[in-house]
Structure formats: C-alpha cells, structure tokens
Write a protein that binds this ligand. Structure first.
Ligand SMILES: [Fe+2]
Length: 345
C-alpha cells in the first residue's frame, strides 16, 4: 500500500492498494488500530484501488474501522437504507443541481456521528465530487468579530416540515415530510424522539411541524480538544445557496451553473418575500433569536472555499472522515452517480 495526498496536505490522506485484497486491508486496519491516528490528524483517509464492489463489502470495511455503526438518522437529506445492509444508506436523494454546502454531519444534534464513511458505487462522470474541508482551519481563519458573535451567542437551527398529505407546488427547497424523516405517522412517537434528542418541536396549523435545535457554533474535538467550526449556518441560512452557487459556477463554469447561480439569487429574494424568516423550510439564527447577517454567511463561505479539497471519485473508493474536524459537501453533477454512506456513534 502507498500513501499520498491528492491536494497537498489537505484531507484526505490516500491509502492506495498495491494489489492487496479486502481481507488484507481489514487485517492491516485492525493491526494496532492503524489509521485512527491519521483520520484524527488529517481529518480523512481515502482507501483507493481495493477490490470493494458491493455495499455489503463497504459496510465490512466501515465496521472494521469503527465497530459502532448507527442507523438512526435525524438529518435533512432524503436518504434510503440499502437492501442487504444494516448500516448503509444512499448519501442523498436530492436532485443533481442541488448544492450541498460543506457541513459536519448532523452538527445541530446533541450527539452527532463521530465518523462518517462514504463509498463510491457508481462514479460520476461530470461533477458530483464530495469536497472536504478542515473546519479547524476555518475556525482559525474566520474574521474574529464574526467568530466571536457566533461563539458567544451560539446558533438556532430551524426546520419546517410539511404535513403528511401535503403536495408541494414547485417548492424545490422543501424538506421531506415529517413522517418520512421520523419513519412514523404517530405524533406522540415524533415528540418522544425529539425529547430524547434535545430537539424543540412545535405543531402548527395543517399538521406542519417546526423543529428547533439550539447548539454551540464551535466545538472542541472530544479526543484532541482542537476547536472546529461546527454548525450549519453556511448550509441552512436563507442566503447560503445563492453564495454557494457563485463559488460553484466559478469552479464548474457550465451554462447550467450560470443559470442556477442566477436562479438561486432570485429564489432567495422570492423566499424572503413569501415567508417569514422562521417559517422557511430551513433557516439559521443566532442563539438569542437575532438574524445572522448575509455578509457573515458570504464571509464564512469564502473561508470554506479557500480551504476546500476537491477530488474525483473512483469506483470502489471508501472515504473515512472525522466528523468533528472535517466537513463534506456535494458539487452539482450530470448523469449517474451512486455514493453510499454510513456513520458511527
Ligand atoms: Fe452530509
């Protein structure tokens, strides 16, 4: 096996096969808990070129790196469990044009996953990368006044879910329905899950459900103590997608990305006019309920893009990420793409 970086010193560290099979890789991983240190320090390790062909084989590798895989999901991406596995899910069913901004998985929960694993089952031909970003660097490089506002106030993540029977009319930004996220139609079960996970809930007219998560904006790593930017402001804030598409178009330079850059700027204005700030599908506020200025989101996205590590997927790739230091996202794509995900407690 050989090791190298694709983007100098940025995550991931690549561990590439020089002919080893899956058993040899698993033995290599379990010997002296190899790669735990690299995942901690580099933020992510990419296993490349090993004969990993199925979701079940991916699950075996992920469980070898971390035996504590989980299958409960309280995030926002529509995703489905992969048949024949216990802990493998589709990474996201969101449409290909939809930007997924950099985030640490489920950062708005009390107990976000420790590690995240991705597997490339079908590699995308155009776009569809899963860029990574060292959020410890983002924490260090953010403007001190902006960082201090976030650190002192914390953040509130707001999500609004429509009723079970609601048929959306051209709302591209609507979340899935609350029964799809909680996998039940029983409101009492939903309430119990919210209480267990420290999520505030409010039922509104027409069976709509509003969820609020109050968290810190910055988190110290549970093992290393290093501080990292750790919230979804650059994902859920109303203006985030418009700023993101400016960066995406500058990178991909396609006619479609130009269209979506204009469209997302228009959509943000339209959404501001049609619904109150806390009635949007998703939005972010400071912990005292005050608005996070657009200029703050613009700055955060600039710092993130300045540290972004973009690399092409190859079929069979397995990526192990330290979710408390390193974020991931998704660039728009065309054609087929099948990236699967698992996570650990
Ligand atoms: Fe994610």
């Amino acid at each position: 096996m050989k090791q190298y970086f694709i983007n100098s010193e940025k995550p991931p560290l690549v561990v590439e096969s020089t002919g080893e099979n899956i058993s040899e890789l698993m033995e290599h991983i379990t010997t002296n808990n190899r790669y735990q240190k690299e995942i901690l320090s580099k933020g992510a390790v990419l296993f490349r070129g090993f004969p990993i062909h199925t979701p079940a084989e991916f699950e075996k590798i992920a469980a070898t790196i971390d035996a504590d895989l989980k299958n409960d999901y309280l995030g926002t991406s529509p995703r489905n469990q992969v048949p024949g596995t216990n802990f493998v899910f589709t990474a996201s069913e969101l449409p290909p044009f939809y930007p997924i901004m950099q985030h640490c998985e489920m950062s708005f929960l009390q107990h976000p996953p420790r590690k995240l694993f991705f597997y490339c089952h079908v590699e995308p031909k155009l776009g569809g990368e899963t860029p990574l970003c060292d959020f410890r660097k983002v924490y260090e490089q953010l403007d001190k006044k902006i960082l201090s506002d976030f650190e002192t106030k914390g953040v509130i993540t707001v999500r609004n879910y429509s009723a079970i029977n609601h048929k959306p009319f051209l709302n591209l930004f609507e979340l899935k329905k609350w029964n799809e996220m909680f996998l039940t139609n029983d409101k009492k079960v939903v309430e119990q899950k919210c209480i267990e996970n420290g999520i505030e809930y409010e039922w509104h007219s027409n069976d709509r459900l509003k969820l609020l998560n109050r968290t810190e904006a910055v988190k110290a790593h549970p093992i290393t103590g290093e501080k990292a930017w750790f919230n979804h402001a650059q994902v859920f804030h109303l203006s985030a997608s418009a700023y993101e598409y400016q960066h995406i178009h500058a990178y991909q330079k396609r006619l479609e990305t130009f269209f979506y850059k204009l469209f997302s700027a228009f959509a943000v204005q339209a959404k501001k006019l049609t619904a109150a700030a806390d009635a949007q599908s998703m939005n972010m506020f400071f912990g005292d309920g005050s608005a996070i200025p657009d200029s703050y989101i613009k700055h955060i996205e600039e710092v993130i893009w300045g540290n972004l590590s973009i690399f092409k997927w190859q079929k069979g790739d397995v990526l192990a990420i330290d979710n408390y230091s390193t974020s991931h996202g998704r660039l728009p794509f065309k054609g087929e793409r099948e990236i699967l995900v698992s996570w650990s407690a």
